[in-house]
Write a protein that binds this ligand. Structure first.
Ligand SMILES: [Zn+2]
Length: 230
């Protein structure tokens, strides 16, 4: 792939199109140009005894917006770093925004819009009644996916994948399930601007719009570009 040609339109960067997506199932889609690398990684995992699957791939702006508004309104529980529910009734707007951004991206700024980022797991490692939660303990020592995490840390890089949320940097919490495909995602990350985000937020029905726009530069610095680099 010629990296100089990895230029993305605003619609792709902010989740307003799925033209770049190939659907692996009804629910799960990924970037067309990542399909080959993903299949190689999945095959190699299989040869090592892991049934590597995608829990969540492409997500549109609209879906991220629904999630955001549900969390902001209290319809969906917002948790803190210790996995405890946050009482949003005790929070002002910016406190609510910061609490949500710990685990959920601002619509328009989710790396899942790009199709280059996936949340992975291995269904067969869950015991009979266990359900996937996408919580750090599942991937850490003694969790069901601990062995998978060790394997991915060793083997994902050679296929172009890395973990953008590998540790707590004071922005997004650690997400040991979130893999990113560097050959595309690193370019998209550089191309997504505050101006594009502002435009997308401005034209949406997002809750706390005024407060988000007022703090957009800080949000951008703290949650959107404050990550591990490949
Ligand atoms: Zn993710």
């Amino acid at each position: 792939m010629n990296n100089n040609k990895v230029v993305a339109p605003t619609a792709l960067l902010t989740g307003q199109t799925d033209e770049h997506i190939v659907w692996l199932s009804k629910r799960v889609g990924i970037h067309q140009q990542m399909l080959n690398a993903w299949q190689k990684l999945q095959q190699e995992a299989k040869e090592s005894g892991f049934d590597l699957q995608i829990a969540s791939g492409f997500r549109s702006f609209e879906r991220q917006l629904t999630l955001w508004n549900n969390k902001f309104s209290g319809a969906v529980i917002v948790k803190n770093k210790n996995n405890e529910p946050v009482d949003l009734t005790q929070c002002n707007n910016i406190e609510r925004i910061n609490a949500i951004l710990l685990f959920s991206a601002l619509p328009g700024a989710s790396r899942h819009h790009w199709g280059t980022d996936i949340d992975i797991y291995a269904p067969d490692l869950l015991k009979n009644n266990q359900k996937l939660q996408l919580e750090p303990w599942e991937y850490q020592q003694n969790g069901p996916f601990a062995t998978l995490s060790v394997w991915l840390a060793k083997n994902s890089k050679k296929h172009g994948f890395y973990f953008p949320y590998n540790k707590d940097r004071g922005g997004v919490a650690i997400e040991p399930w979130h893999l990113s495909y560097a050959p595309l995602a690193s370019h998209y990350q550089q191309q997504l601007t505050v101006a594009q985000l502002t435009h997308a937020i401005n034209h949406s029905d997002i809750l706390a719009k005024h407060c988000i726009l007022k703090n957009i530069v800080n949000i951008y610095k703290k949650f959107i570009i404050n990550l591990n680099n490949p």
